[in-house]
Design a protein around this ligand. Structure first.
Ligand code: F6R
Length: 260
């Protein structure tokens, strides 16, 4: 687990975009796992800039999104498909047939969730998974008490997540209470994980995920079990990390860094 603290949100976004770009440079047909929400917007903005100005190529990339609200179709403005289309996909050259966002309108969710897992396997798994973190410590929609071995399935959102996400809807009652989400186990199968967090509101969740016990009550803490996970956090989100000086020391003394 590596914790990289940057002074600002813009800097964590650019640093995370560099990791995505490095992945695509090494493996142009990489499989990317993607997240929605406010946090990755800066990362997506930077990837779009890299595509337009530096020719970062997504033409062989396949994507899998983490989650979707149950009941919202692709063209619903609050659906995660719509979010991804508006904030990333329509601006880059990823083939539309390579895009996977869980369906919020499947007839048989059990069969659909199995299909989603099989589809990830058919693509030889996710090379790089982008994650945000909920203020309750969730990753994707794996709310507190989710099994750390869980796979893609339906999940009932907590009232806190509904409150947190109400800002995107006209009114709180419009926020769906069910989601379809990759499980913690699905996420841990990715080759590499990058989690981004910004703002004071995430400081407790980040500290619990990085320095707390591994627990289903903070599903992001499961990243401690992954051999290659990077946390990009801004100053505010790093505010409650006890080992903050050590994380900075590691970065300063990394081979090739100016401080080494
Ligand atoms: C969304 C997702 C969620 C968010 C989390 C933080 O695809 O997986 O876990 O990453 O709820 O949301 P924001 O970034 O809006 O604070």
């Amino acid at each position: 687990m590596e914790v990289i603290v940057c002074p600002t949100y813009e800097e964590i976004s650019v640093a995370a975009a560099r990791v995505v770009a490095e992945t695509l440079n090494e493996k142009p047909d990489a499989v990317l796992g993607l997240a929605t929400g406010s946090t990755p917007l800066g990362l997506y903005k930077e990837l779009i800039r890299m595509h337009k100005e530096e020719g970062l190529d997504f033409s062989h990339v396949t994507t899998f999104n983490l989650d979707e609200y149950v009941g919202l179709s692709h063209n619903h403005p609050q659906s995660y498909y719509y979010f991804m289309w508006e904030n990333l996909f329509k601006h880059i050259n990823v083939p539309v047939e390579n895009i996977h966002v869980p369906s919020g309108t499947a007839n048989d969710y059990r069969a659909y969730c199995e299909w989603y897992e099989d589809r990830i396997d058919e693509c030889d798994g996710i090379d790089l998974q982008v994650l945000g973190i909920g203020s309750d410590g969730h990753i994707a929609f794996n709310e507190p008490s989710s099994s750390l071995a869980s796979r893609t399935r339906l999940k009932t959102l907590t009232e806190q997540t509904i409150d947190d996400n109400a800002r995107f809807f006209d009114k709180r009652e419009d926020v769906p209470i069910y989601s379809i989400t990759m499980g913690v186990g699905t996420i841990l199968d990715a080759e590499r994980l990058i989690l981004l967090a910004n703002g004071e509101g995430k400081a407790d969740a980040v500290a619990a995920a990085v320095e707390g016990p591994v627990s289903s009550m903070i599903t992001a803490s499961a990243l401690q079990l992954h051999p290659d996970s990077l946390f990009f956090v801004d100053e505010a989100a790093a505010g409650k990390l006890k080992m903050r000086d050590y994380y900075d020391w590691i970065q300063k003394n990394k081979p090739g860094s100016p401080g080494a």
